[in-house]
Design a protein around this ligand. Sequence first.
Ligand code: SAM
Length: 473
Amino acid sequence: MSDTSRRPRRTGKPYRRPQKDPVRILAFDALRAVDERDAYANLVLPPLLRKAREKGDFDGRDAALATELVYGTLRRQGTYDAIIAACVDRPLREVDPPVLDVLSLGVHQLLGTRIPTHAAVSASVELARVVLGDGRAKFVNAVLRKVAQDDLDGWIQRVAPPYEEDAEDHLAVVHSHPRWVVSALWDSLGGGRAGIEALLAADNERPEVTLVARPGRATTEELLGEEAAVAGRWSPYAVRLAEGGEPGAIEAVRDGRAGVQDEGSQLVALALANAPLDGSDERWLDGCAGPGGKAALLGALAAERGAVLLASEKQPHRAGLVAKALAGNPGPYQVIAADGTRPPWRGGIFDRVLMDVPCTGLGALRRRPEARWRRRPEDLEGFAPLQRALLRSALESVRVGGVVGYATCSPHLAETRAVVDDVMKERGSEVELIDARPLLPGVTELGEGPDVQLWPHVHGTDAMYLALIRRVG
Ligand SMILES: C[S@@+](CC[C@H](N)C(=O)[O-])C[C@H]1O[C@@H](n2cnc3c(N)ncnc32)[C@H](O)[C@@H]1O
């Protein structure tokens, strides 16, 4: 007689193996890496995609879908968390993070893509079965079925507080930004509801890829010959790639004559290079140069003038990236690893100095979908003394009559005007602000000056800030 006691008892439907969907599993793995290891999505994703391609699991469309699922889920996390919280019977912090990731991926498919409802739910349940087990897959199924009962607008109506009651909380949920970030961006932008809504919405858009044709090394005409390339908006060296354009496939990019660089960053370098000077224009300094995007453009511009560029960066491995970016520069340059607050160079010798200081990066949220959730208001206190010390050092380094460009890729007033105001006050009549606006010819809506703040929703660039300061004494 055979022993039947160990056979699984049939309690309902026959057991079916979960279906492994490589796209969703990869998206889940990327989200786990971002959550568990504080990884950056833009660094985690490419090697995962490469491996999947090598294994033959993926084609180009799969890679595009996986990328969209990861970026979309991370960007929209604030909105999706509020919706999930309304569909579970416990506080979100009591839901295991991997379960929350599967749920968020499911909500994004349901509310943020055109994937049909039944496909979004069943793909998420299958993913849950593979990565979480059958028990938790039932929970995922139950929550997503509730979410599927309404569309995104309907859910926002239900879960966001009314604008009239709490404008910042409303915008935080609708546009998926932490409340403190909404508040900081609004302080800097000023104006009413329309402007801040447009800015927050722009932060959730995928940015275009912009190239720079490094002068003397490549031309925009050459880059415009590439597939999907169109002229830049503002910088004479910029070329934009429409969706699908692959910078790595372009020869000029591969051999460093051109690079990938947001137009905001190009404008910062150009404005500093074009600021009026009396006397010599021979020595340029980039005091926070890593990874080297602005240094490469400054180096090429300096070469055209016969000036030499010193590019300095504190972290040795990032100084290595600067050296790579500058390799092949048509004029003289030097790259060093040095702390810009205790510089090894003599004071008062440079004609032009760029200090593109470390900052919260709140102006580049389009590019780093997880950054808004990782940053804390306390980070500002960490950056404040360093930003002031670096600006002081820049003003020590520049000669009398020379110009310093203080730049950030954050529009937070604590990192922009507050730093410039404080340090300028210390220096009294030895320094004066130059109007940076005429140095960005053709760029519209630059505010009252003399400093400039670029905006994604207005200029299509990162929210770069630039103050130009001349040392007069
Ligand atoms: C905003 S990034 C500069 C970006 C760069 N200008 C570009 O366009 O590629 C700031 C850089 O400053 C460096 N840094 C931080 N503290 C520094 C210090 N005390 N001295 C010099 N560089 C520093 C960081 O490592 C980082 O590479």
